[in-house]
Design a binder for this molecule. Structure first.
Ligand SMILES: [Zn+2]
Length: 218
């Protein structure tokens, strides 16, 4: 009797697990291409308007308080002038944002990306560098820095080397190269399973002067 109950309990709990797993892999609410179009439209609004269109409101907060369906994942720099929600003119619940100085990707960031794809339905990943990035500038000057800043300048060195000799301003070239390389790292390392074919990973650079995003052709 005890064994039967235990078996039944096991069967019941595995059904629950199966149901929960099925529920935790929602279909994309917005495809990668549609998400990119939304970001481009939002950035155009931001760059051409005096006042941002989307503002958090009590209604939007209530709408998103119990669940979230962000349509894009942004891996951006921690720089205070590059907040993705603002420069893409989006609201609460729209973007799943990860930020580190130099928009670098580590295991925590990869895990966050995998979570947002598998559990929240996001299908677009944007690696967003920006003009005059302090972390990239520091990496151009040296591969050493005090404390944990060293891990930042060290991980930007491959971009410093790859951008050497490219035409134009060395800092701008390295910023674009770093964003491109981080996007390539995500493509190579993120464990997205079957969802990988639906996911698009792109890089871009934000212009602090104009407010516009320059999208890489990748
Ligand atoms: Zn930066």
């Amino acid at each position: 009797m005890r064994i039967t109950s235990k078996v039944l309990a096991t069967v019941a709990s595995s059904s629950v697990v199966a149901l929960v797993l099925a529920a935790e892999h929602p279909a994309a609410s917005v495809s990668a291409d549609a998400a990119l179009a939304k970001l481009k439209e939002g950035n155009l609004r931001f760059a051409t308007s005096e006042v941002s269109q989307s503002k958090p409101t009590a209604a939007r907060r209530a709408e998103t308080a119990q669940e979230q369906h962000p349509f894009a994942i942004i891996l951006g720099c921690a720089d205070s002038r590059t907040a993705p929600e603002l420069i893409f003119d989006q609201n609460l619940g729209d973007l799943f944002v990860i930020r580190t100085a130099g928009n670098l990707v580590d295991d925590h960031a990869l895990g966050s990306i995998e979570y947002a794809v598998a559990h929240l339905g996001a299908r677009l990943v944007v690696v967003l560098g920006h003009q005059r990035c302090g972390a990239v500038k520091a990496a151009l000057e040296s591969d050493h820095a005090p404390g944990h800043i060293e891990s930042l300048v060290r991980d930007i060195q491959p971009a410093v080397k790859a951008a050497k000799g490219k035409p134009g301003d060395p800092l701008s070239a390295t910023v674009a190269e770093n964003a491109r390389q981080v996007a390539a790292q995500i493509k190579a390392k993120a464990a997205l399973g079957d969802l990988a074919k639906e996911v698009r990973i792109v890089s871009a650079v934000y212009d602090l002067d104009t407010g516009k995003i320059d999208w890489a052709n990748d």
